[in-house]
Write a protein that binds this ligand. Structure first.
Ligand code: ADP
Ligand code: G6P
Length: 474
């Protein structure tokens, strides 16, 4: 029997190609989307369609990659140098990303990049259509592919289509700045179910549909051609058990011992992010600088380990940010460091999950303080790794995660005075209070985990389709 399947579609596949002395190798991709869905896509005869993370021109190599990936149920979409330049770096990351993260002054509006975005979205849609059968479900992810839902709908009227946006959806006053605002939301409403991380994001989306397209809505239903499209909040999460069990695993012992030996008696503060201006790296370094200047008693008593994974480094704002972070880190280390103590240990590379886990487990404090973030999974990974339930999370109110993890110390990263006070509060928090707050946060992350997220989204997609079918035969 030919069973139905779910087709996951995202710009990036959960694995990326690297070339190791001319040989093809496959590595896990970083970023919330890939790590979030990476835990669950290998069930039934589901497949995942996306870009394998490298530009490949040679046809024989493309063939080899397709064969290798097919074994993992992954289907590559090959992108040329020009497509990466205009669709990925250009429209996705120099227009949509900054605008949706409330950095409108970083956004560039280029007709050429928009044309490429449309063409590449069509390329993805064509590969989906070539693999799509009646009864299948399609689940499209993120801002790089906002036109794909309608491109599929126009060819297969009755197929079930879900769309999930992993980044914030901005308020109408920001979204309206886009010259192609109407086309983008017309693309998204080709889906039957549209998901966001927070209730505010879903409200802003409905508002833009009303104001730009004149659609009507009742509660969380938008009426498109007289049929309801459901718009709702589905906060993404992590594989809690995986992180919790990893932290109990003895193989980490050596990593932990190393970390503990290096920090000595000092408290360990960590941050883990992609290099991105939305992550608040500069504000964080400035707050740490102020902590040391305002409270000299913390000198030699705290070590800040900052892990930064390289990201989108061909985009101007990202390479400029890298230079600024490098400069600030060495400036702080030079001003406060002693022969026995380096205040910031800064790493600019990807880390294995084992090393990340050991860091989460041993860190007294985690700083997750983005200027704006759809959800932020690092905050949840930290909580899941604290098997002794001790540790403090300092979390920005601008991260979607702050709606669920309200036992963290919540800060506004623009408010430097409160930020420094929060660092002091974290450094001084009594064990019982840490225990109480961490227990409450763990209950939430354990319960509303990634499997729950997938289950609820897929169930709602089925319900949305059933409702539409019922209404359309009336
Ligand atoms: P975003 O999706 O914007 O990158 P998230 O916090 O939601 O932010 O997800 C980031 C993911 O990337 C997390 O799963 C985190 O563990 C992983 N990650 C971040 N920095 C590193 C690093 N230096 N090495 C390995 N993985 C990393
Ligand atoms: C965020 C986005 C993802 C993206 C990831 C990494 O999580 O929501 O769509 O894959 O960042 O960024 P990159 O540009 O390297 O794919």
């Amino acid at each position: 029997m030919n069973k139905s399947k779910t087709i996951i579609v995202s710009n990036r596949l959960p694995v990326k190609i690297t070339f190791n002395s001319g040989q093809i190798a496959y590595q896990n991709s970083e970023g919330g989307l890939a790590t979030g869905l990476g835990s669950i896509y290998r069930t039934g005869n589901n497949i995942w369609i996306g870009w394998p993370g490298a530009i490949i021109e040679d046809d024989m190599l493309k063939e080899q990659v397709s064969v290798d990936l097919k074994e993992k149920s992954l289907f590559p979409v090959f992108l040329s140098d020009e497509e990466i330049n205009k669709y990925y770096e250009g429209f996705s990351n120099e227009t949509l990303w900054p605008l949706f993260h409330y950095f409108p002054s970083y956004a560039r509006y280029s007709e050429e990049n928009w044309e490429s975005y449309k063409a590449v979205n069509q390329k993805f849609a064509d590969i989906v259509l070539a693999n799509l059968k009646n009864g299948d479900q399609v689940w499209i992810h993120d801002y790089q592919l906002m036109l794909v839902p309608q491109m599929i709908r126009s060819k297969m009227q009755d197929v079930s289509i879900g769309f999930f946006l992993h980044i914030p959806f901005p308020s109408f006053e920001v979204f309206r700045l886009l010259p192609w605002r109407a086309e983008l939301i017309k693309g998204v409403i080709g889906a039957d179910l549209i998901g966001f991380h927070t209730f505010d994001d879903s409200k802003y989306f409905i508002n833009s549909c009303q104001r730009i397209l004149g659609l009507t809505s009742i509660n969380n239903q938008l009426y498109v051609n007289d049929l309801p499209v459901i718009v709702d909040a589905f906060p993404i999460s992590i594989d809690y058990v995986k992180y919790n069990e990893l932290a109990s695993n003895k193989v980490l012992k050596q990593h932990e011992d190393n970390i503990i030996r290096r920090k000595g008696e000092a408290k360990l503060m960590i941050s883990v992010d992609r290099l991105d201006y939305s992550k608040g790296l500069i504000n964080r370094l400035k707050a740490f600088d102020q902590l040391l200047s305002q409270f000299p008693k913390y000198k030699e008593k705290v070590v800040f380990v900052q892990l930064v994974v390289p990201s989108r480094d061909t985009v101007k704002q990202y390479s400029e940010l890298k230079e600024e972070v490098d400069r600030l880190v060495s400036d702080i280390n030079a001003r406060y460091g002693t022969l026995n103590w380096q205040p910031i240990q800064y790493f600019y590379r990807s880390f294995s999950i084992e090393l990340l886990s050991a860091l989460y487990k041993t860190a007294d404090i985690a700083l997750v303080t983005p200027m704006r973030d759809g959800m932020n999974l690092v905050s949840k990974e930290y909580v899941a790794s604290k098997i002794d339930k001790k540790g403090v999370l300092v979390l920005s109110e601008m991260a979607g995660a702050s709606r669920e993890l309200n036992d963290a110390i919540i800060i506004n990263p623009n408010d430097q005075i409160s930020y420094v006070n929060a660092l002091v509060q974290a450094l001084e928090m009594p064990d019982e209070e840490q225990l109480r707050r961490m227990t409450a946060m763990q209950e939430i992350v354990a319960r509303f985990n990634i499997f729950h997220w997938v289950k609820v989204f897929m169930q709602r997609l089925e319900d949305a389709k059933t409702l539409q079918r019922r209404l359309s035969v009336r």
